[in-house]
Design a protein around this ligand. Structure first.
Ligand SMILES: Cc1ncc(COP(=O)(O)O)c(C=O)c1O
Length: 421
């Protein structure tokens, strides 16, 4: 049995009759729904959520699941049922949270470059906190709140210049990144606005990056934020929480990975110095392992030098991470294979040379019409899909306790063209 380091049992396992998701045959789902299709395990989402919740059980905490990782309504409702709250990154994500049944106070609203309309929307709904990205944004929130006769709960996102030691494109806590305010400016920004009646400072916020695989950068971020919270207390700006953002990585390649318990053990001693409740915004660690993108081999090609390509009916339009970050995903055939493994380039059908899922990946013989599953695609998969090449968004299926249901149907060309005149 394959498990990941957080002892969450991985949902996609090969059996005698082919790959299954928590015991449900992938073939049988595909026979009805077709390909490409995203398939998720509700059980894996529950297990991953609980492993984080349990790790912080001895300390006041709130998990605000980061909707950007996967905001399909049925998935979001699963999280709601577990007691999660949410981190939203746009008014669209706030709307999803509200429709999934979250109370506005259970939402933190983060994101660079929030528009005036988005701020008004968040202010009108009285969300739990707006995590402001700059002094200017705080002032715009204050002005809009005054105009609306409201008091807004805010936190300031701090950029602590800490290297998350992740991929450069998903590191957000360095001075060279666009996120937050410089640490040395943060205290002054709070102090200068502490008498602003339309702002209620409830927290400090940091998010240093995603797919973080070691505890030390996360510990350092917690240390910096706790110190700032203590300084603000001295300045007469008492806070309600410290928001550590998300970032916990998962074992895409089976390499050693920080567990939720190790994460908690690293940050809790720092947090205890201020004894403020902690807000966590995990996304990937909750949903990544739960999902697989299942695709069909549409073509097989071999060059004279021996290089072989398996062209799938899914590409960067369905799963952008490999093209965007060169990210690694395990790829497994859905039917059992006895043939020896040889190197394959697994690619998509899009007219871009970056439309590649894997280069020279050892795989058994692949033939046209074979099914393959691209694993650990529950996070930053379906949410990043596009209609490039006029391709239609893939359906999504949720497996739960031996049953499965379509939680988003396949898009039709009429859905796409309905927006056009
Ligand atoms: C502010 C913020 N919080 C939380 C997250 C979720 O990160 P992860 O999925 O790595 O946990 C992100 C993702 O980039 C983010 O920008």
């Amino acid at each position: 049995m394959i498990t990941c380091d957080s002892s969450v049992q991985l949902p996609f396992q090969a059996g005698a009759h082919g790959l299954a998701c928590d015991g449900v045959s992938i073939q049988s789902i595909v026979a009805t729904v077709g390909t490409p299709v995203y398939i998720y395990s509700a059980r894996a989402i529950r297990d991953a959520y609980r492993s984080i919740d349990d790790a912080f059980a001895g300390y006041p905490h709130a998990i605000h699941y980061a909707l950007k990782a996967n905001s399909t309504l049925a998935i979001v409702r699963q999280l709601k049922a577990l007691g999660s709250r949410v981190d939203a990154n746009s008014s669209g994500e706030i709307e999803v949270a509200l429709r999934a049944g979250f109370a506005p106070r259970e939402i933190v609203f983060t994101g660079v470059g929030k528009t005036g309309a988005e701020l008004d929307y968040a202010i009108a709904h009285d969300v739990g906190a707006i995590n402001a990205e700059s002094a200017g944004e705080l002032d715009r929130i204050a002005a809009r709140a005054r105009a609306a006769g409201r008091v807004v709960r805010v936190a300031l996102r701090v950029n602590p210049d800490i290297d998350a030691q992740s991929h450069p494109n998903i590191s957000t806590g360095l001075r060279s990144n666009k996120f937050g305010v410089a640490l040395q400016d943060a205290r002054g920004i709070y102090r200068a606005r502490r008498d602003e009646k339309s702002l209620q400072f409830v927290g400090v916020h940091v998010h240093i990056g995603s797919q973080i695989t070691t505890a030390e950068p996360l510990r350092r971020a917690a240390a910096v934020l706790t110190t700032l919270a203590l300084e603000l207390r001295d300045d007469g700006v008492p806070l309600e929480h410290v928001d550590l953002g998300g970032g916990l990585g998962i074992a895409y390649e089976g390499r050693p990975m920080i567990t939720a318990a190790e994460y908690a053990a690293a940050v809790l001693p720092e947090l205890r110095r201020a004894n403020l409740p902690v807000v966590l915004e995990p996304g990937r660690a909750i949903v990544a392992h739960s999902g697989a993108l299942v695709a069909r081999v549409a073509d097989v090609k071999q060059y004279p030098d021996g290089r072989r390509f398996a062209v799938l009916d899914a590409g960067m339009s369905e799963l952008m991470r490999p093209a965007l970050y060169g990210s690694f995903h395990r790829i497994v055939p859905v039917s059992p294979r006895q043939t020896p493994e040889t190197p394959w380039d697994v690619v998509g059908p899009i007219c871009e040379s970056s439309d590649v899922f894997a280069r020279e990946r050892p795989l058994p013989e692949l033939c046209v019409d074979d099914l393959v599953a691209i694993l650990d695609t529950g996070a930053y998969g379906a949410v990043m899909a596009s209609n490039y090449n006029r391709r239609l968004l893939a359906p999504e299926v949720l497996v739960d306790e031996g049953r499965w249901s379509v939680i988003r149907r396949r898009q039709t060309i009429d859905d796409v063209l309905a927006l056009e005149s």
